[in-house]
Ligand binder design. Structure first.
Ligand code: AMP
Length: 400
């Protein structure tokens, strides 16, 4: 038997209803916040991801599904959505009409990571991006939206971890201070960190290897190196989150290694998720649109791990599973019909198994008399209903 690919998964009926529920709540919320949906391709030129995510990252170094197409062009299954959304914003010159654009998209991403619980090779994300707004309030809006989404989905208490990465003015000073600190502890680092410490010292800060964590405990904090403009930006983020009653902690380990990431960076954790507690990650990338050939345009965004969110709301799964109201196909009433002409008894059994609240029995006798039988599957009570104008007659009887 052919099995699915390792790290990939089927989302089966029973679970799909939870996914649909999340999707519809998310769409409703995005619309309330003025975001428009954008749909971007599953594949892009490899170069787009290599340039935007960075050659020196785990994703580009070892996790992308990249292959030459039949003409030899290198293409990649998208590992994330931001790069494609930026490409689209630039390619269609959307900034010319209005530099401020707010987008969301929902769909699968592909990374060849080591599979484990909460970590897949095809996983789904809900992405949001705001272009053209330099104000810290755009970052706050994104974090507030995430908190509201988790609340509407009863996805547990959330906490925002936030940090600032500074800007091209103040970050180089911090990088130098960090490199000096790292140089005094090189022997304690894992082999990955030893390799990337010179090119990308910020990556050493968020390495999960216990030895590296220990070694970096007393590392300098970027907050102490921010220029006045970045300090003010970060203070506004914190004050606004506090006034919106969004719980947050400043987490100096939260970094991204690439130069186009600027200022606010954040991660949303929920207490219901266990080890893989990050349900979403995001932040500002004021330098990316320009780096990809567009105008100098600020931007900020996030990616929610859909699979992880689904695991959290999974607790109330039963509440979202739609059960047919009636075991027959009728307009305006959720119904399913037996097509196999089995005995009445086995049809009843099936109707019971699929969770139908009522069954409508229409056999030879019923057709002759013009009266069908409506059976309540819980109380087993039966009543006659005229077949003429059946829907109109049934609706008041099966009202919840
Ligand atoms: P990232 O794009 O790496 O910042 O990830 C954003 C969010 O996507 C994370 O917080 C996770 O919830 C989710 N995520 C990332 N990688 C995976 C994966 N391999 N499997 C499932 N969810 C993932």
């Amino acid at each position: 038997m052919i099995q699915l690919i390792r790290g990939f998964k089927d989302i089966l009926p029973g679970e799909v209803e939870v996914w649909q529920h999340i999707e519809s709540v998310a769409r409703g919320l995005f619309e309330d916040f003025g975001f428009k949906e954008i749909r971007i391709p599953i594949m892009e030129r490899t170069e787009l991801f290599a340039r935007s995510i960075g050659e020196d990252t785990d994703i580009v170094e070892k996790e992308m599904y990249t292959f030459p197409d039949r003409k030899g062009d290198l293409i990649t299954l998208r590992p994330e959505a931001t790069a494609s959304i930026c490409r689209s914003y630039i390619q269609h010159k959307m900034y010319a009409e209005d530099p401020v654009q707010k987008f969301y998209t929902i769909g699968p991403m592909f990374r060849r990571e080591r599979p484990q619980k909460g970590r897949y090779r095809q996983f789904y994300q809900i992405n949001a991006e705001i272009f053209g707004v330099a104000s810290p309030l755009a970052d706050v809006e994104l974090i507030f939206l995430l908190k509201t989404l988790c609340e509407r989905l009863s996805a547990g208490d959330v906490e925002a971890h936030i940090n600032s990465l500074g800007c091209p003015e103040c970050r180089p000073v911090f990088k130098t201070a960090l490199q000096e600190y790292i140089a005094s502890r090189t022997e304690a680092l894992c082999s990955d960190c030893a390799r990337r410490k010179d090119r990308n010292p910020l990556r050493v800060l968020d390495c999960k290897v216990p030895g590296c964590r220990e070694a970096m405990q007393k590392a300098p904090s970027i907050i102490d190196h921010l220029c006045p403009a970045c300090t003010q930006h970060f203070n506004t983020v914190q004050a606004s989150l506090a006034s919106l009653e969004v719980p947050f902690i400043v987490d100096k380990r939260l970094v991204r290694g690439l130069d186009y990431y600027t200022r606010t960076t954040f991660e949303i954790q929920t207490r219901s998720l266990g080890a893989q507690s990050a349900v979403a990650g995001g932040g500002r990338y004021d330098g990316l649109v320009k780096m990809l050939g567009g105008p100098d345009m600020p931007a900020t965004g996030f990616a929610i791990g859909f699979d992880r969110l689904a695991e959290v709301v999974d607790l109330d799964k039963q509440a979202y599973i739609k059960k047919p109201d009636l075991a027959l196909g009728i307009d305006g009433i959720q119904a399913s019909m037996d097509f196999e002409g089995r005995s009445l008894k086995s049809q009843m059994k099936r109707a019971g198994r699929c969770g139908a609240r009522y069954t409508l029995i229409v056999g030879e006798d019923e057709r002759a008399t013009g009266q069908a039988i409506l059976r309540n599957m819980t109380t087993r009570e039966q009543v006659s209903v005229p077949l003429a104008e059946l829907v109109k007659n049934i609706k008041p009887l099966i009202k919840k």
